[in-house]
Design a protein around this ligand. Structure first.
Ligand code: 8X3
Length: 252
């Protein structure tokens, strides 16, 4: 794949999985996350494993100015981004809506909705101008229906669906494609963050079920990205075989 891909939240989980998959297929990969160290280490791996062409652009996606400045400062040969993978996102806490922590909600809403929107706003005009591009948003099964303790997170992922659908409508007369990938249980650092660092509680989420991995979701993203140009994979809901909905899971 001779395309330039920018991945947010690339330092771990689904983002790192996407970085490995796209790099292994010859894409030019721009790695974004907050942690320079983690990005540098991943970039080193991609270079040694796949001889990948990749650069790191560390910034917090919630910081609009830092995002705009970093994109502006990209070397000329990296400026034409073909694929934007809006992956950065998180859940914090499992409180009831009427008992939740408003500051934590701000972080979740700012990252999952507002940062996704600002990255889209910064990068998509260039895609339209060049007549080529693909936005892959990492939504969630959580956006399809709310579940206990997930109220605000579920709302943000419902927003990702609405923003993906809206963008697809707005780009309908262009060659630019929009995909919303909605994963179910994926074993990453996600639950550790959701449970505010409680590793044991996080591990329980994936007990007794073969959960998906970041690499599995990367396969889905790559499938959408490598589909023929006339084919727009609009939405994919993907979950472990023993999961049926956001709340129905069979554990052995
Ligand atoms: C994360 C998946 O199942 O925790 O988006 O809602 S789940």
């Amino acid at each position: 794949m001779n395309k330039t891909v920018l991945i947010t939240g690339a330092s771990s989980g689904i983002g790192a999985g996407c970085a490995r998959k796209f790099a292994s297929q010859g894409a030019h990969v721009i790695l974004n996350a907050r942690s320079t160290d983690k990005l540098e280490s991943l970039a080193g791996e991609l270079k040694s494993e796949y001889n990948a062409d990749c650069i790191v652009v560390p910034f917090d996606v919630c910081d609009r100015k830092a995002a705009a400045d970093a994109l502006e400062a990209l070397p000329a040969e990296w400026k034409s981004i073909d694929i934007l993978i809006n992956n950065a996102g998180l859940a914090v806490g499992v409180d009831k809506e009427h008992e939740g922590n408003i500051d934590e909600w701000d972080i979740v809403i700012d990252t999952n909705i507002k940062a996704l929107l600002s990255m889209t706003r910064l990068i998509v005009p260039g895609m339209v101008e060049r007549g080529c591009g693909h936005i892959i948003n990492i939504g969630s099964i959580a956006g399809d229906a709310a579940y206990p303790g997930g109220s605000v997170y579920c709302a943000t992922k419902a927003a990702v669906k609405a923003l993906s659908d809206g963008l697809r409508i707005d780009l309908v007369d262009t060659p630019v494609r929009v995909t919303n990938i909605k994963p179910g249980l994926v074993e990453t650092n996600f639950s550790v963050v959701r449970f505010r660092g409680d590793k044991e509680r996080a591990d329980n989420v994936y007990k007794g079920i073969k959960a998906l991995t970041g690499d599995d979701i990367a396969e889905v993203a790559y499938f959408a990205a490598s589909a023929p140009e006339h084919m727009q994979v609009a939405e994919i809901l993907v979950m472990p075989t023993n999961q049926a909905t956001g709340t129905i899971v069979s554990r052995k």
